[in-house]
Design a protein. Structure first.
Length: 267
């Protein structure tokens, strides 16, 4: 019964958000961007990092700069869903598809997100998060000008489908994948790599206008999320290169996470 109640509540919240914006003059399914926020809750993220990550997204949706970016779009409305992920079959929708068309609806989305408990699971399957993101896009019922999956995380893919296969499938379907590599801690243990930003650039992101916004200091996290959301909403070009050009460095090993996991768990 509890599970059924949660499902009905999710359906009610989503339906309410859709109907609330029907009076805007556009079809209620039309949005500038359909945005899947896919957030890492694997065990490599400690409690402080989990809270920092959640609070950063809450603060971003309460900020005037994000509200303005939404209103200035062609449609003046976006669709957004917040999903937590870990292993290949471990993804949870925390806040379902919601239409955001300004301060009131963005703040309501932030309030629901702030009240929801934070998950904590185990392994890291970015590929599983991308596959879930594609599923959420198929089920959204929206008619977006752009479709985006936004991956935030602190380590490489180490289980499930190969990350490049999942990325390439999403790109082939017209979905852009952006990245928010979380690099606050210096790598010290299993599942952590030094150049996570380069790994995200080479192995995770893809599609039209894809970009990364690395976070290297905790105090910059909320600003990074706001910057990323504004760029995704407005489809604004990157003012300058985020990382070193590919031809000037060695490409990342897109199987590094799987190799690290194999060395730890296989004889």
């Amino acid at each position: 019964m509890l599970k059924l109640a949660r499902v009905l509540f999710t359906m009610f919240v989503g339906a309410s958000a859709l109907s609330a914006s029907a009076a805007s003059g556009w079809s209620e399914t039309e949005v500038d961007v359909a945005l899947v926020l896919a957030v890492d809750v694997s065990r490599s993220m400690d409690d402080d990092e989990q809270r920092l990550q959640r609070d950063g997204f809450v603060e971003a949706f309460r900020s005037a700069i994000v509200h303005d970016a939404v209103r200035k779009g062609n449609v003046g409305r976006i669709g957004v869903v917040y999903m937590e992920w870990s292993g290949p079959a471990q993804q949870t929708v925390v806040v379902p598809w919601t239409l955001v068309d300004g301060a009131a609806t963005a703040s309501a989305f932030a309030d629901r997100l702030a009240m929801a408990p934070i998950g904590r699971i185990y392994s890291t399957s970015i590929s599983g998060a991308i596959e879930m993101g594609l599923r959420l896009h198929r089920e959204s019922g929206l008619d977006p000008l752009r479709r985006v999956i936004d991956i935030s995380g602190d380590g490489p893919n180490n289980t499930g489908r190969t990350i490049t296969a999942a990325r390439d499938e999403a790109v082939a379907q017209g979905v852009t994948i952006n990245g928010l590599p979380f690099m606050v801690k210096r790598p010290t243990g299993f599942g952590e790599i030094e150049s996570l930003d380069l790994y995200y650039e080479d192995c995770v992101t893809g599609g039209p206008g894809a970009f990364i916004v690395p976070v290297r200091e905790a105090r910059h996290f909320a600003d990074a999320i706001r910057t990323k959301l504004v760029r995704e909403i407005a489809a604004a070009p990157e003012p300058e290169a985020t990382i070193q050009a590919a031809e000037q460095r060695e490409r990342s090993d897109c199987l590094i996470g799987e190799k690290m996991r194999g060395r730890r768990y296989e004889p």
